[in-house]
Design a protein around this ligand. Structure first.
Ligand code: S3P
Length: 417
C-alpha cells in the first residue's frame, strides 16, 4: 500500500510546550496560534493554569494570561518529560511548595539530571524520580556544563536562571534543540549566545520578568517524519508536508534520509517568528544503509524509531550509535524498537548505545504493541503500510503528540490510486 498527497501536520511539540509555559509566567496575555493540542502539551497548559495563569480559547487561538505569583499546586505532568523538567526549573525559584508527578512511564525517567544543576542555584527539591517536591527558594545564578546533550536540562537551568539573581550560563558541548533560547527573547528576556572551544555558552541574567507576545507555531518535523518515512518506503508514494519547522537542531532526520538516497525536495522556505519553515516533499526510492552517530544524534533523537524502520528496507548494514539517551525516553526505545521490529521479521540487534540493522528484509505479518509509547505506535503503523497483515495494538497513545495521526493516514491512503 502506498500513500500520496499533502498534509499539514500539527504544531511543533517542543515550541508549543514553551509557548504555554512561558505565556503562563509572562506579564500580559500571550496569543498562540497553531498550538499542538496533544496530551503532552495540554499537561503544560493545565500546569500553568494550576499555578494561577488564565487560559482562553477562541477558534484556533489559545490566549494565556500569565501569573506573577506561582501559587502552590500539585501537578500531574502525565507522560510529558518536557513539562516536568521545564516546570521544575520554573518552580525552583517560586514562592510556594509544589508537587510534580506523572504517569508510570514518567515516574521511571531520571529527574536528577535537572535537580542536580538546579541544586547548584540553591533549589530545594526532593526526589530523584517523580513525584518531586519543590520548595521554592531564592536562587543565585551559576555556570553549568551539560553532561548529556539535553534541551530539557538546558531549558530547566535557563528558566531557573531567569528567576535567579545574577548570571546563569549553560555550556553545551554538543548542541541540542534551541527553542528555549530562541523563544525567551521573544518574551523580552535577553539571552547571550557565544561559541567557545568547550561548546556553546548560553547566558541569561535574572531576575527578569517575561513579557507576553504572540507565537505562531510551525508544523512539527518530528510528526512530519512519519509521512516522510511512509513516502520513502511506499510503492509510488509522494507526500508533501506543508509549513514544517526547519530549525537546524531538528532536521538531522532529513539529512540522513537524503544520505540514504531518498528524494527530498524543500520548497516555499520562509521565516516565521524567528524560525525557518518550508514545505517538504519526499518520494519513494531505493535506500542505502548508513551510519548514524555522534553530534548528529540530538538533531534526530525522536526520529530514531523511524530510522530503524527505514534501515530494515535499506541495502546494507545500518549502525546507530551514541544514542544511549534512547534508553530514558517514554520507553527504553532501544529495547522496544528492536523487539517490535524483530517480531516483524527484521534483522535488528540492540547494542548498549544504539542498534545494528541489516536490510533489506521484507516485514512479515504480526501483532505488535506500542508499549504505551506514542512514537513507537506511529512508527509501527507506518510499518503496517508495508504489509496489511501487521496489526498495531495500543495505538490510542498517538494522542500524546499527534491526535489527528489516523485521520491524516486515512486521507493519504484515500489519495493513493
Ligand atoms: C525535548 C527535548 C528532547 C526530546 C523531547 C522534547 C524538548 O529531550 O527527546 O521529545 O522539548 O526540549 P531531551 O532534552 O531530554 O534530549
Amino acid at each position: 500500500m502506498g500513500l500520496t498527497g499533502k498534509v499539514k501536520v500539527p504544531g511543533d511539540k517542543s515550541m508549543t510546550h514553551r509557548a504555554f509555559l512561558f505565556g503562563g509566567i509572562a506579564e500580559g496575555t500571550t496569543v498562540i496560534t497553531n498550538a499542538l493540542e496533544g496530551a503532552d502539551c495540554l499537561a503544560s497548559l493545565h500546569a500553568v493554569e494550576a499555578l494561577g495563569a488564565k487560559v482562553e480559547r477562541t477558534g484556533e487561538t489559545i490566549a494565556v494570561t500569565g501569573t506573577d505569583v506561582l501559587q502552590s499546586a500539585a501537578i500531574d505532568c502525565g507522560n510529558s518529560g518536557t513539562t516536568i523538567r521545564l516546570l521544575t526549573g520554573i518552580l525552583a525559584g517560586g514562592e510556594a511548595t509544589y508537587e510534580l508527578t506523572g504517569d508510570a512511564s514518567l515516574q521511571k525517567r531520571p529527574m536528577d539530571r535537572v535537580t542536580i544543576p538546579l541544586g547548584q542555584l540553591g533549589a530545594q527539591i526532593e526526589g530523584r524520580y517523580a513525584p518531586l517536591r519543590i520548595e521554592g527558594k531564592p536562587l543565585i545564578g551559576t555556570t553549568y556544563t551539560l553532561p548529556v546533550a539535553s534541551a530539557q536540562v538546558k531549558s530547566a537551568v535557563l528558566l531557573a536562571g531567569v528567576f535567579a539573581t545574577g548570571e546563569t550560563t549553560v555550556i553545551e558541548p554538543i548542541l541540542s534543540r534551541d527553542h528555549t533560547e530562541r523563544m525567551l527573547p521573544q518574551f523580552g528576556v535577553d539571552v547571550v549566545i557565544e561559541d567557545f572551544e568547550d561548546g556553546r555558552h548560553i547566558r541569561v541574567k535574572g531576575p527578569a520578568r517575561l513579557a507576553a507576545t504572540t507565537v505562531d507555531i510551525p508544523g512539527d518535523p518530528s510528526s512530519a517524519a512519519f509521512w516522510w518515512t511512509a513516502a520513502a518506503l511506499g510503492e509510488d508514494s509522494v507526500i508533501t508536508t506543508e509549513h514544517v519547522l526547519m530549525n537546524p537542531t531538528r532536521t538531522g532526520f532529513l539529512q540522513v534520509l537524503r544520505q540514504m538516497g531518498a528524494s527530498v525536495q524543500i520548497s516555499n522556505r520562509k521565516e516565521v517568528a524567528g524560525e525557518e519553515v518550508a514545505d517538504v516533499t519526499v518520494e519513494s526510492t531505493s535506500l542505502q544503509a548508513v551510519t548514524i552517530e555522534g553530534e548528529q544524534i540530538p538533531s534526530l533523537i525522536d526520529e530514531i524509531p523511524l530510522l530503524a524502520l527505514l534501515a530494515t528496507q535499506a541495502d546494507g548494514t545500518t549502525t546507530i550509535r551514541d544514542a544511549a539517551e534512547l534508553r530514558v525516553k517514554e520507553t527504553d526505545r532501544i529495547e522496544t524498537v528492536v523487539a517490535s521490529l524483530r517480531q516483524l521479521g527484521a534483522k535488528i540487534e540492540a547494542t548498549a548505545d544504539g542498534m545494528i540493522i541489516e536490510g533489506p528484509t521484507p516485514l512479515t505479518a504480526g501483532t505488535v504493541d506500542s508499549a504505551g509509547d506514542h512514537r513507537l505506535a506511529m512508527m509501527l503503523t507506518i510499518a503496517a503500510t508495508l504489509n496489511e497483515e501487521i496489526d498495531v495494538i495500543g495505538s490510542e497513545v498517538v494522542e500524546v503528540s499527534y491526535p489527528t495521526f489516523y485521520d491524516d493516514l486515512k486521507k493519504l491512503e484515500a489519495n493513493h490510486t
